[in-house]
Design a protein around this ligand. Structure first.
Ligand code: SF4
Ligand code: SF4
Length: 383
C-alpha cells in the first residue's frame, strides 16, 4: 500500500474506527469522544468505538434539546451537545497552587497534573474554531496559561465533518464551518459504510501509517461531498456580522437590553456551554484542620453579579447590564482584544438557555431598533 501523504484522502471501513482508537491508546492517549449521558451527547473518555452514540441524532431548538433514534447506524449523526473540548483544555476546576502546614511552617507547591495526553475524537468545524479562539486567549497574549498550554500542545485532534446541522447552528455566518478546513491532525467524513480520512498534520500522517487505509474511489468521494453539502444546506439560522462590533458599541443604551433582561435569568448556562468563554475566579479551599489549602481556579461567568465586584461594589448589578456585557464582549470588544469574534456559531447558548434567548434574534432586534432610530432622526433633520 502507498504511504499516506498530507494531501491525500483515504478510506477505511466502519470497524477501522476500533483500530484508530486502539492505535491512539497504544500511543498513550486518553481518547475522549462523544458518549450518551443523561439524555445528551457529552464528551468523555472512551475505550472503544462501542462507546460512541450509534444511530442517534439530536433535535435542537431555542431552549430545547432531545435525542432521537435515526433510521441508520451512524456514529456521528448529530451535532454539538452541552459539552465542548474546553472542559478538557481549560478544566472547570484546577488546583493552581497548594500550601501544607508542616511542623509549624508552611510549604507551598504547584501541583503536577498527572495526565495522559488527550486525543479528541469528533471535533466539529465550529469547535476547531473555538479552540483557535481559546489558543488566542491562553497562549498568544502577554501571559501564557501553563495548564492550557500543557494540555493543548499534547492534544491530538480528530475532526469529523458535519453531515447534518441543527436548527441552532449558524457556523456559515461566522465562517467557521460546516467543513473542517484546518487545525486538526486527522479529519473524517462519515459515509454509509466507512470513513474518508484526510491528514492535517505531520503527527496525523505518522499515526495514519499504523492504520489499514486504502485510496478512495470516485463514488466514495462523491458520497462524502454530498453528505457534507447536506449539512451546509440545512443551516438556515444567520447572524449578520457586517458592522456588528460598531453597531453594538453605538447601542449600549438601546432599550432592547431591558427587554432581553426581562427574559434572562442570569443563570450562567450560556457561558458554561460556550466553547470560547474563558472567565474564571480563584478561591482558596482549606481542609477541616486548616493544614492543607488548595488555591483553585474555577469557571466563572459575567452573569454572576459578584464577577464584577470592585472596591466599591458590584459594577454590573442588573441583568440587562450583564447580558449586554456578555453579548458586546462576544461580538464586539473581543475583536479589539483578540482580533477575532468570540462567537463561532455553534448555537449552544441558544439551545441551553432555559428561556430560549437567541443571540442571533437579539442582534437583529438591536439592528432593527437602531435602524428605526436612525430613520426617525433623518426625518427630524429633514423637517
Ligand atoms: S441568556 Fe439564557 S442562559 Fe444566559 S444567563 Fe440569561 S437565561 Fe441563562
Ligand atoms: S456565543 Fe453561543 S453560538 Fe457563539 S460560540 Fe458561544 S455558545 Fe456558541
Amino acid at each position: 500500500m502507498n504511504q499516506p501523504a498530507t494531501s491525500d484522502v483515504w478510506y477505511f471501513p466502519k470497524d477501522g474506527l476500533t483500530e484508530l482508537i486502539r492505535v491512539l491508546q497504544e500511543d498513550g492517549f486518553d481518547v475522549i469522544g462523544p458518549t450518551v449521558d443523561q439524555g445528551a451527547i457529552v464528551y468523555a473518555s472512551i475505550q472503544s468505538a462501542e462507546d460512541l452514540p450509534k444511530g442517534l441524532t439530536d433535535i435542537q431548538e431555542a431552549g430545547s434539546y432531545r435525542l432521537e433514534k435515526r433510521n441508520d447506524e451512524s456514529l456521528f449523526g448529530y451535532v454539538v451537545g452541552p459539552h465542548s473540548w474546553k472542559k478538557f483544555l481549560f478544566p472547570p476546576i484546577s488546583v493552581v497552587a497548594a500550601a501544607d502546614r508542616i511542623e509549624g511552617h508552611w510549604e507551598f507547591s504547584t501541583p503536577e497534573e498527572p495526565q495522559r495526553p488527550f486525543a479528541f475524537l469528533g471535533v466539529r468545524a465550529c469547535e476547531l474554531a473555538a479552540i483557535r479562539v481559546q489558543d488566542q486567549v491562553f497562549l498568544k497574549g502577554p501571559y501564557v496559561d501553563p495548564i492550557y498550554q500543557r494540555r493543548r500542545e499534547s492534544a491530538f485532534l480528530i475532526a469529523v465533518n458535519c453531515t447534518q446541522a441543527a436548527s441552532t447552528c449558524f457556523c456559515t455566518s461566522m465562517k467557521t464551518g460546516p467543513r473542517c478546513q484546518s487545525g486538526y491532525d486527522l479529519g473524517l467524513t462519515e459515509l454509509k459504510d466507512g470513513f474518508l480520512l484526510e491528514i492535517g498534520s505531520e503527527r496525523g500522517q505518522q499515526l495514519s501509517r499504523s492504520l489499514s487505509l486504502r485510496p478512495t474511489t470516485a463514488a466514495e468521494m462523491a458520497e462524502g461531498d454530498l453528505r457534507r453539502q447536506q449539512a451546509a444546506d440545512q443551516i438556515h439560522r444567520t447572524l449578520e456580522t457586517d458592522g456588528l462590533p460598531n453597531l453594538l458599541k453605538q447601542n449600549l443604551r438601546s432599550s432592547h437590553w431591558d427587554d432581553v433582561g426581562r427574559r434572562c435569568l442570569s443563570c450562567t448556562n450560556c457561558t458554561m456551554v460556550c466553547p470560547t468563554c474563558f472567565c474564571s475566579s480563584v478561591t482558596e479551599v482549606a481542609d477541616l484542620n486548616g493544614d492543607h489549602i488548595n488555591r483553585e481556579r474555577r469557571w466563572d461567568s459575567c452573569f454572576n453579579p459578584e464577577f464584577s465586584y470592585m472596591h466599591s461594589g458590584i459594577a454590573r448589578d442588573s441583568i440587562p447590564s450583564r447580558y449586554r456585557q456578555w453579548m458586546t464582549h462576544k461580538l464586539s470588544s473581543w475583536h479589539d482584544q483578540f482580533g477575532t469574534s468570540g462567537c463561532v456559531g455553534c448555537g449552544r447558548c441558544i439551545t441551553w438557555c432555559p428561556t430560549g434567548i437567541d443571540l442571533t434574534v437579539e442582534v437583529l432586534a438591536i439592528r432593527e431598533a437602531a435602524a428605526t432610530v436612525e430613520s426617525v432622526d433623518r426625518g427630524t433633520n429633514h423637517e
